[in-house]
Structure formats: C-alpha cells, structure tokens
Design a protein around this ligand. Structure first.
Ligand SMILES: *Cc1c(COP(=O)(O)O)cnc(C)c1O
Length: 353
C-alpha cells in the first residue's frame, strides 16, 4: 500500500472546449514515484501536471531504458468511473521491467497509483459516447551516467489525456500494408515488452506504408519474414473458414490485454479459436479461395479496428467487401459495453474507482 502525498493544482486548468483528439491535452495532475538503489520505490506523490527537470546525462536519453503502459478510464451514464483490467497492465509492467532491468512495482501499488490519480481528476473523464480518459504510466532510467549498465535510479510517472471518439461514424475499416523489408522484433529481443525502442524501430516502415496510402503496417516475423506477427500498436485476428485465428505469443509479439479479452469472449461464445503460427501465404490463399472472412486489430486505443484491405507485395486483398464483419462488430459492442458499464461484467474485468 503506497502512502501517496497529494498536492492539488490551484486553480484547476480550464477543461478543453473543442474536439479532444488523442494525446495532446493533459489533466490537472500527474503521479510520480522515485526509485533509488538500496532504498527501493519511495516518495509516491501526485502533483500538478508540469515539465520534468532531468540531467541530460540521464541514462534513458542514451540507452532507451524505458517502459510504458496504456489503459483507459470510462464514465458510465450514471457518472461511475471504471478501469478495465488494470491489474493486467500492472502484471505486464513487471514483465517488461524484468526484461529491461527496471525494478518491479507491486501490482497493487500500480493499480492504487492509477486509481488514486483517476479519482482526483475524475471530472476529466469525458462522457460523450466513444470517449475516454487515456492513462499513460511510464518509467524512465534517471541515473546521470553515460556507462552502459542498468540505471540505479528510476522515475515512475503517470499522465492522463482525455481522448475523443475513435470512430465518429461507426467502425471504419482501415487498409494495412504487409511489411516485407523492415522487421519490428525478433524472438529473444524485446518484442513482447512495452518499451519505446520497439516504436522507434517501427517508424520507417510506418512512414513507408502511409506514403503508399495504408494506415498501418502488419509485421512479419523477423527471421523468415513469413509469419504474421501484429499491427502497429494492435494484435491481429483473422476469421478463416469459420475459425478465429490469431498468432500465438511467441516472444516477439506484444501480449495485448484486448487480445486476451477477445480470445476469452470468442471461446465463451463457442467459436473455434486457434492461437498458432499463420503464414502470409496461408492468408493470401485463404483470401483467394474466399475463406478469409474477417481481419481486425485489437488494442486499447481503438478496441477493435476492422481491416478492409491488405496489401502484400503486388497483391491487394479486399476483406469482407471492404466493410466491417459481424464478429468485429459484436466484439466491439461487447468490449466497449463492458468497459462503460452498459453490459453485465461476468469476468470481473471492470473496476470501479
Ligand atoms: C500496447 C500494444 C498492443 C495492444 O495491447 P493492449 O493491451 O490490447 O492495448 C499491441 N501491440 C503493441 C506493439 C503494443 O505496444
């Protein structure tokens, strides 16, 4: 149990008037906690949102020892504020931390820090349908030292950003570029960890896909460039010949919490579900034979993103006639319904703050 000291922002910032967009507006407060070798995590505090002051020699700037998480708070029609499976973000934080030599944070402390901050800034959780408060916990290596070694000091920060509706006109399918030159991650590396370096590695391919008119990249495995891995900041699902298929977590894929929730729902709905290796050739063949019924991405930001078009080399594959399939729609409605308190939560996923 953390002892969190709270310093209020006086006077509070004005609330945003125009459209929220994503990730550019921040709430009144942020959470901070320091780590010092020999002392552990200490000085948990909530302070007014402000710039950080750091030495330019801090190790995070040189070797990228950094992790982040992403989750959301939702407000229901009766004003209750909910988090969705925040313990899973705490568990994943520690899986990432282990891989990149950042000390563990007890999951209860992680959830307490998030809940306390959300509670304090609860009037920043937007209420319009489809909106939410995006929560970004992250940890950076703060020891001022240019040597390559795990840092002896860290800073754990949580900031929050009210975010607008992802789909203003209902679920809108996107076009995806299958990348066969650049790779994102390899087994044994940090692909399963939520660390900024994975995103630095992804940007050149993302830029290339956008130039070609595609919203995001579908990554292939880093060794053979043959097996499908994931999309940008989303895991990927296929419905092939009636079965729901997604790449198995093999070490180079980020274990999404939305992915896990979707797998649970599909299994409970009695669908045939497979987590396994899926080659791009299998997908091309399934599309040609008409067996590829649906493709969609899963992630906290958009929940479910239908894929209407997949481009692999010279093949442009249209999926579900370029529209949104029934499974993607049902999953979107169920997950967001549970998140907002509109559907009974039989899984214990929804936490009231
Ligand atoms: C965060 C993330 C996801 C999605 O995870 P969720 O827990 O569902 O939000 C998928 N892929 C990558 C690379 C990510 O960083």
């Amino acid at each position: 149990m953390l002892n969190i000291k709270i310093t209020n922002n006086h006077p509070p910032k004005p609330k945003p008037a125009g459209p929220l967009g994503f990730g550019r507006i921040f709430t009144d407060h942020m959470f901070l906690m320091d780590y010092t070798e020999g002392q552990g995590w200490h000085d948990a505090r909530i302070v007014p949102y402000a710039d950080l002051t750091l030495s330019p020699s801090c190790m995070v700037f040189h070797y990228g020892q950094e992790m982040f998480e992403g989750l959301k708070a939702y407000k229901s029609a009766d004003g209750a504020v909910y988090l969705f499976r925040p313990d899973k973000n705490g568990e994943r934080t520690n899986a990432t931390n282990d891989r990149i030599c950042i000390p563990q944070i007890p999951v209860e402390d992680f959830v307490q820090a998030v809940s306390t901050l959300v509670n304090l800034d609860a009037d920043w959780v937007p209420t319009e349908p489809g909106t939410s408060l995006y929560i970004r916990p992250f940890i950076i290596a703060t020891e001022p030292f240019l040597g390559v070694a795990p840092s002896k000091n860290f800073l754990f920060v949580i900031i929050m950003s009210p975010s607008g509706m992802y789909y203003a006109e209902g679920l809108k399918p996107v076009g995806i570029w299958v990348e066969d030159e650049y790779v994102r991650a390899v087994r044994g590396g940090v692909g399963f960890a939520k660390t900024g370096g994975n995103y630095a590695a992804s940007m050149a391919a993302q830029q290339k896909a956008q130039k070609e008119g595609y919203a995001q990249v579908l990554w292939l495995d880093g060794v053979e460039r043959k097996y499908v891995e994931e999309v940008g900041a989303m895991n990927i699902f296929f419905k092939i010949g009636g079965k729901v298929v997604t790449p198995a977590l093999n070490g180079s894929i980020l274990p999404g919490i939305t992915r896990d929730s979707v797998l649970t729902l599909c299994r409970d709905w009695g669908l045939d579900v497979e987590e396994r290796a899926i080659s791009i050739d299998e997908l091309v063949a399934a599309q040609k034979s008409g067996a590829l019924e649906e493709v969609f991405g899963t992630g906290t930001a958009a929940v479910i993103t239908p894929v209407g078009r997949l481009r692999y080399q010279d093949d442009v594959m249209t999926i579900a006639d370029g529209g949104t399939g029934p499974l993607a729609t049902r999953l979107y409605e169920t997950v967001t319904g549970i998140q907002r308190g509109e559907i009974a939560d039989t899984y214990g996923w929804r936490i009231r703050v």
